[in-house]
Design a protein around this ligand. Structure first.
Ligand code: GUN
Length: 283
């Protein structure tokens, strides 16, 4: 068996016409502010992609790149002014932040209605309760990808490896709400191989290159690889050993070109959703 590759670029492109139609109904362009602090090279690439996509959709944008030594108080002031800016619908603070900044305090300062990353505790809490919220972009992108690919989740044995607030935790909540039976495995899980081997849907988000051997994958499984890791030789690989996994799985996300483009697409959707809620549709 060779797995069907779930092409995130193509799926993201297929969502664009519906999003453009929603944007056309707004009274003004959606506004997105992205704050980056310091010189993390991966963040620079990710933020560049977010701006490029937003520009193509005609968003109003503010790009704020601050030096690594920026005091936390300055960052909090900046967020307060963006919270008050009526032209801004979405505020995103790219992580990681420098060590002298308390990331939790910074994220808590963002108006939950403009929290297009879905990292504010109000949005996490609303997601946990199944209430309307802004949902973190990567897990939302995974869900959307499975939906577009026609892979139903009801009753599926799903295993999420990783319990971060950005991916693993919200992913588990979304899958449970989509009627999958969900296990969350993590760095302290005993016999990870046994859990992975049971998964009909395996989502891996631990950020360690090829940490899950392909031979562990259950034959016929759907494998979603959220990891993007650069090896010493410059190659990008996921958290799952792709070659052997592809032989066993029925569907698999490639790295790069799998989950990554979906994350960007969901950021655009979240910003439009926020703009719709804040502006109200025309007429
Ligand atoms: N760093 C890694 N992933 C993300 C993300 O989805 N959003 C933000 N803001 N920072 C990140």
């Amino acid at each position: 068996m060779s797995a069907r590759l779930l092409d995130g670029r193509e799926i993201a492109r297929s969502l664009a016409p519906a999003l453009r139609a929603r944007i056309a109904k707004l009274t003004r362009p959606p506004g997105l502010a992205v704050i980056r602090v310091g010189e993390d090279p991966a963040s620079e690439v990710y933020v560049g992609k977010k701006h490029e996509r937003a520009a193509r959709l005609g968003f109003h944008q503010q790009s704020l790149h601050l030096p690594a030594e920026t005091p936390e108080a300055h960052l909090l002031q900046l967020i307060a002014s963006l919270n008050d800016d009526d032209l801004i619908d979405g505020i995103l603070v790219q992580l990681p932040l420098p060590p002298h900044v308390d990331a939790a305090r910074v994220l808590a300062a963002i108006d939950p209605a403009k929290d297009v990353d879905g990292f504010h505790v109000v949005n996490s809490g609303r997601l946990a309760r199944g209430l309307p919220s802004l949902v973190p972009c990567t897990p939302l992108g995974v869900l959307r990808m499975l939906e577009v690919a026609g892979l139903p989740l009801r009753g599926l044995e799903a295993v999420v490896v990783g319990r971060s607030n950005i991916v693993g935790r919200p992913m588990a909540m979304l899958l449970e709400q989509a009627d999958a039976t969900v296990t969350v495995a993590h760095s302290r899980t005993r016999d990870l191989q046994a859990h992975v081997g049971r998964a009909e849907l395996l989502v891996v988000a631990i950020g360690r290159a090829e940490a899950i051997p392909g031979a562990w994958v259950r034959p016929g499984a759907i494998v979603i690889d959220v990891g993007v890791n650069r090896l010493a030789d410059g190659r990008l690989v996921g958290d799952v050993e792709a070659g052997p996994a592809q032989e066993r799985a029925t569907a698999l996300t490639p790295v790069p070109g799998g989950v990554g483009p979906m994350t960007i697409a969901m950021l655009m959707e979240n910003t439009v959703t926020s703009a719709e809620r804040r502006q109200g549709p025309r007429s």
